[in-house]
Design a protein around this ligand. Sequence first.
Ligand code: FAD
Ligand code: DHB
Length: 394
Amino acid sequence: MRTQVGIIGSGPAGLLLARLLHLQGIDTVIVENRSRDYVLGRIRAGVIEQGMADLLREAKAGERMDREGLIHEGINIAFDGRLERLDFPEHTNGKVVMVYGQTEITHDLMKAHIDEAGGIVHFDAPAIKVEGSDTDSPRILYEQNGRRRELVCDFVAGCDGYHGVARRSLPADKIKTFEKTYPFSWLGILSDVPPVMDELLYAHHARGFALCSMRSHTRSRYYVQCNTDDNVNNWSDDAFWDELRRRLPSDTADSVTTGARLEMSITPLHSFVAEPMRFGRLFLAGDAAHIVPPIGAKGLNLAASDVYYLARALLAYYKEKRTDLLDRYSDTALRRVWKAIRFSWWYTSLLHKFDDDPMSRRLQISELDYLTASDAGQTMFAENYVGLPFEKFE
Ligand code: FAD
Ligand code: DHB
């Protein structure tokens, strides 16, 4: 089988790329390890930056997001017995974020790309490796129904997440990796209860970090910092709600509505970057090339900014025979990636409990005091949270 752009992975990066290319008349085939239902069942990110929302509209997959997504103009931070709000529009010339789940985005992209446009996605078809990325005809070797198959392409996009095969298909001496593991994880619950506040609440507490997020007016997503060796089986629903409430200001804790879990999971935290993001005709995008700790909700949004650059570079190649944007893809994408890696690392360090050292805790509180009172601090926070602009790329 042959296609113009072979894509490994039908997460947000792979689907969005396929959709944007399809709208420009460029053929793609996606091979996906898992079933469609499995991919749609994963509970992940929930905050969409304006750049990603615009890209979903460009992909003609933003209609439901615009109808059902919640526009948020700020966040709340609790620390040292105080509750402060940081406003976005005031510090970013009117920018906001959209609260709309990754699960819904994946659903909307699959409907538009597969059900309506007839785009080809082979589910239950794990890629084994990419060959010939330094030739004009790179190949994805994959398995389907127990048989080995080959997809010959002009280009391969490795959108197969952190554990995928695209990055691993390259010789180790061609890739430089940077990695940081944090000494804690997040325990998250999804429940059909109304959110405790209208906007997200990030809480710094002596017992550890907590986050009150949401997916809609009737569905909440809450997290508490936990140990890396913790296990969801150690947590009843009641134990989760008790621990969450202990970490919130008392008025807020009293108004938390509790309910049965729809899902509960533990997410380890780490930062990871692989450089470069391009090898010959193989391009990495999204989690295949980089991971951020979840705070600040940058992972999904970075996958979208990679796709923004990659789709434009491929379009310039097919429509104008230009290769300069393909050549610049890795450097341009990585500049934005590193800024998000920095922000996520800083925000993680600001709000989590690392140890029992009282000095570290007082330094965090002092920084939070500065951040929430300073106009410069609020501007730095707001412009990173709503998402740094995509570089001009044409
Ligand atoms: P993925 O969504 O990982 O998609 C990769 C796809 O490739 C998957 O469908 C996978 O099945 C497929 N694949 C893998 N290997 C192969 C193979 N060999 N062959 C074929 N297909 C393959 N981000 C936030 O911003 N906020 C959050 O709260 C948040 N929570 C998260 C919680 C968890 C548990 C995880 C894992 C991630 C979370 N993230 C969060 C990160 C965010 O979900 C990711 O950054 C985002 O999914 C990246 O999209 P992607 O398309 O690059 O990768
Ligand atoms: C969510 C996760 C985050 O890390 C964050 O900063 C905001 C929201 C969420 O899953 O809803």
